[in-house]
Write a protein that binds this ligand. Structure first.
Ligand SMILES: N[C@@H](CCC(=O)N[C@@H](CS)C(=O)NCC(=O)O)C(=O)O
Length: 281
């Protein structure tokens, strides 16, 4: 990679989407009243991007590097985070807020991803919160885990197992809440909760790549049971979904980004929050 001229240590990311996501960027380059300021690698952006694609809402995709914090982004979102949306000239941010907003603002665009029934809608909010407050932080603690100076090999292994098991525990709890048949969380149809969690499922190859395995048993392996069987069915359905595939870039360009997390040297707000024991920024 070329040396970045920018001061933020994470700014030197590949500049644009590649692979399937590149086609979407090209198809959504034209001026539109609804603008998505996004970064090709960002899981929070992928949520919003997937909703726009599922619902076929017209939008303009504008690639920004959130570590360079360009003026165009800061003007709309003082937190300087992506995704940021511009709707009728007005800004909106926070991926979970945007997801529900798109459902409400474009009622004629199907599929409806958020249940209409108030109870079911509230339940989806509980599990959306679970993804934010449990799954994502434990995913990052596992990925960023480091062998500390002076620790024996065994102590380090135990430490790694602890963070891995914490993540696995949350995935199991989430899976146990799913509709028995599925394949999606609430039944046969993809919903907002699936889009909320999908980007981290899609990126869980990082555990095989950097941490010696995710710990999720394969069929017939030790520890396999009905819950993991249900999870694997879910995982397959998520990976096969067109909108999710189409918002994904080539893996080789995610590697330098996730290498920095795996080495625990990333300086993103998420990486810092993880080191400080805080939640999602
Ligand atoms: N809570 C936010 C999180 C968004 C977020 O952290 N985005 C990252 C990119 S994946 C970002 O903009 N990082 C810039 C930084 O860390 O300075 C959301 O759900 O939209």
């Amino acid at each position: 990679m070329t040396q970045s001229k920018q001061s933020h240590p994470d700014a030197d990311v590949y500049p644009e989407a590649t692979g399937p996501a590149k086609n979407l960027v090209l198809a959504h380059a034209d001026e539109q009243p609804l603008k998505l300021y996004g970064s090709w690698f960002c899981p929070f952006v992928q949520r919003v991007w997937t909703v726009l694609e599922e619902k076929k809402i017209p939008y303009q995709y504008i690639e920004v590097n959130p570590y360079e914090k360009p003026e165009s982004l800061m003007r709309l979102n003082p937190r300087g985070l992506v995704p940021t949306l511009q709707y009728q000239g007005k800004p909106l941010y926070e991926s979970t807020v945007i997801g529900e907003f798109l459902e409400d603002a474009y009622p004629d665009h199907t599929p409806h991803l958020v249940p209409e029934d108030p109870y079911n809608r509230a339940r989806i909010r509980i599990w959306t919160d679970f993804v934010t407050s449990r799954i994502i932080p434990s995913w990052h603690r596992f990925l960023q885990f480091q062998h500390k100076d002076g620790q024996s090999e065994q102590e380090a292994m135990e430490g790694l197992k602890k963070v891995r098991d914490a993540w696995l525990g949350h995935i199991r709890e989430f899976t146990q809440e799913m509709d028995v048949k599925g394949p999606f969380f609430a039944g046969p149809d993809l919903g907002w909760i699936d889009i909320v969690v999908a980007p981290w499922m899609l990126r869980s190859w990082v555990f095989d790549y950097y941490k010696g395995g995710s710990g999720i048993p394969e069929e017939g392996q030790e520890g396999d049971d009905q819950v993991w069987k249900r999870y694997r069915k879910y995982n397959t359905a998520i990976h096969e979904r067109r909108s999710i595939q189409e918002t994904t870039s080539e893996r080789e360009h995610y590697l330098p980004i996730y290498q920095r997390y795996a080495d625990d040297i990333a300086q993103s707000e998420m990486a810092k929050a993880t080191r400080e024991g805080r939640g999602v920024p």
